[in-house]
Design a protein around this ligand. Structure first.
Ligand SMILES: [Zn+2]
Length: 203
């Protein structure tokens, strides 16, 4: 592009371009955000930039549950008040946020970081299943709650895990009741999610 003819200053273009790469941010929103930041106090822009950088620099994965954390093990794994006999399996760290928000579940978690999807080339070895099985091997876990999404990938993953885990003499339950097919956990409302946890059924 001929820089001299472009109507907008290069730093603004660059910011618009970067914002446009974010999920859910189209070109119009990117433009609006860029001009908003341009007008905002420098302090606000600095806080935002710092927050983005510290997420990248300070956040790691918990070595036990693979939740995102700034200390290892994470706050949930470290908390001795939590019920160590239950592990709830979720696809993404943000699913933990949704479940914790209901305050009904007091056990531990395990984040798979994805779901099995043959169409997208994601196999069992591409998500944290091996780590889960390792964790279950010598633990006092009595119940595993499969809280993967209720879409095709989530169901496939739940079935696969059920096959692996049920021979271990651990009860496997599936959080499904009240969640319509196709639901992504992070978008489910508190009432539905609470009902889904309370009404979980043996898989
Ligand atoms: Zn953890």
């Amino acid at each position: 592009m001929n820089q001299g003819l472009h109507p907008t200053a290069e730093p603004i273009n660059k910011l618009i371009q970067e914002l446009n790469k974010l999920p859910g941010i189209g070109p119009k929103s990117a433009q609006r955000l860029a001009y908003y930041l341009l007008r905002a106090p420098e302090e606000q822009a600095r806080l935002l930039a710092d927050a983005i950088l510290s997420v990248k620099q300070e956040i790691t994965l918990c070595s036990q549950c693979f939740n995102v954390t700034d200390s290892d093990p994470c706050r949930i794994c470290r908390n001795e008040q939590r019920d160590q006999s239950k592990i709830c399996i979720v696809e993404q760290p943000q699913d933990i946020l949704a479940l914790e928000h209901t305050r009904i579940y007091q056990g531990l978690y395990h984040v798979l970081h994805g779901a099995i999807s043959p169409t997208e080339g994601v196999g069992a070895n591409d998500i944290r299943i091996r780590e889960l099985m390792e964790r279950l091997k010598d633990s006092s876990v009595e119940e595993v709650i499969l809280a993967t999404n209720t879409n095709l990938e989530g169901e496939q993953t739940a079935m696969y895990l059920n096959k692996l885990i049920s021979p271990l003499d651990i009860m496997v339950t599936r959080l499904a009741q009240g969640l319509p097919f196709g639901t992504e956990l992070e978008y489910a409302d508190d009432v539905t999610l609470t009902r889904a946890i309370e009404g979980r059924q043996e898989f």
